[in-house]
Ligand binder design. Structure first.
Ligand code: R5P
Length: 315
């Protein structure tokens, strides 16, 4: 007999959580989430979770610190209410990009956040396209790392003419991810020589390695944040003779003036998932197409609940 499956949502991306619950065929768990006037977060779980297999859906996207803190508080509430297992579904793992000590006296926030989640009482993390695979090792609890490459590949196979495609990674860090998509689409692969010249959107593209001339390029990256990297490489691709330019990014953080940059760029369409909450402006941007990960998450949740392998999701 399985323990009861329950899915709760924090405030970070309630639209996604509702869709996941619908695909999983169960209603979202009853939880109150609010802030006191002093800005402290509070949660109250309004149903019995004793002995339940609980899943919290909470990407740690904007407002990152509030969403992270709320996740920790929900974990604590579930633990104190005797949930049997606490699974954190964090489709977008914020703070991931500070994952190594590459300058003196800097933190490794990806590890710090992993520690916070673990110490709060999580038993498992389910996440999607981590910025770097090694982040799994920052946790001493199981991490189920899902990938969206099969979703993007399926979409492009049925919606783009595959004849003349080339998948382009903006930098060497994303090369494996982009190569996997290129292999699935049976097309060429190129890579940008990106150099960061400062924080946020300070990046320059020195070169493009690979044949893009006359081709339809699909830029593929894990995150679009300020849009600096993607937009700069889209101009470089034009200079190197690419005919059409599309972009696909798993996590549409889209901070600052990212939307404006995309709208004014040579990128025809930006494909993103709904791992991060997307406001009206982002959802209504004519250049953005959203590919939902809700069904992928629902299937993963159901399989994890019954201790079934999730490898089929990578095919
Ligand atoms: C960097 O290594 C990441 O993969 C992304 O390319 C980067 O974080 C995107 O940030 P932005 O949109 O601000 O250039």
């Amino acid at each position: 007999m399985f323990s009861r499956l329950k899915i709760f949502s924090g405030k970070a991306n309630e639209d996604l959580a509702r869709t996941v619950a619908r695909f999983a065929g169960i209603p979202l768990g009853d939880i109150d989430l609010f802030k006191f006037s002093n800005n402290e977060s509070f949660v109250k779980i309004n149903e019995n979770v004793r002995g339940s297999d609980t899943f919290i859906i909470q990407p740690t996207c904007h407002p990152v610190n509030d969403n992270l803190m709320e996740l920790l508080i929900i974990i604590d509430a579930l633990k104190r209410a005797s949930a049997k297992r606490i699974n954190c579904v964090i489709p977008y793992y914020g703070y991931a990009r500070t994952d190594k000590k590459d300058q003196p006296r800097v933190p490794i926030t990806a590890k710090l956040v992993a520690d916070l989640i673990t110490v709060a009482g999580a038993d498992r993390v389910i996440t999607v396209d981590l910025h770097a695979e090694q982040i799994q090792g920052f946790f001493n609890i199981p991490v189920d790392h899902l990938f969206t490459t099969p979703l993007f590949a399926r979409y492009f196979k049925s919606n783009l003419d595959n004849e003349n495609l080339v998948v382009v990674s903006p930098d060497s860090g994303g090369a494996n991810r982009a190569r996997t998509l290129a292999t699935r689409l049976k097309c060429g692969f190129a890579i940008g020589d990106k150099r960061r010249t400062g924080n946020n959107d300070k990046a320059e593209i020195l070169n493009i390695v690979g044949d893009v001339k006359g081709k339809t390029a699909i830029l593929f990256d894990d995150i679009i944040d300020t849009g600096g990297s993607l937009v700069k490489i889209s101009y470089a691709l034009k200079d190197f003779g690419a005919e059409r330019i599309f972009a696909a990014c798993v996590h549409g953080v889209l901070s600052g003036s990212a939307i404006e940059k995309i709208e004014n760029s040579p990128i025809e369409t930006l494909f993103i998932t709904d791992s991060v909450f997307l406001n009206e402006e982002k959802r209504n941007c004519s250049k953005i197409t959203i590919i939902s990960i809700a069904e992928l998450l629902a299937i993963a949740i159901k399989k994890i609940h019954i201790d079934e392998s999730i490898s089929i999701l990578f095919r």
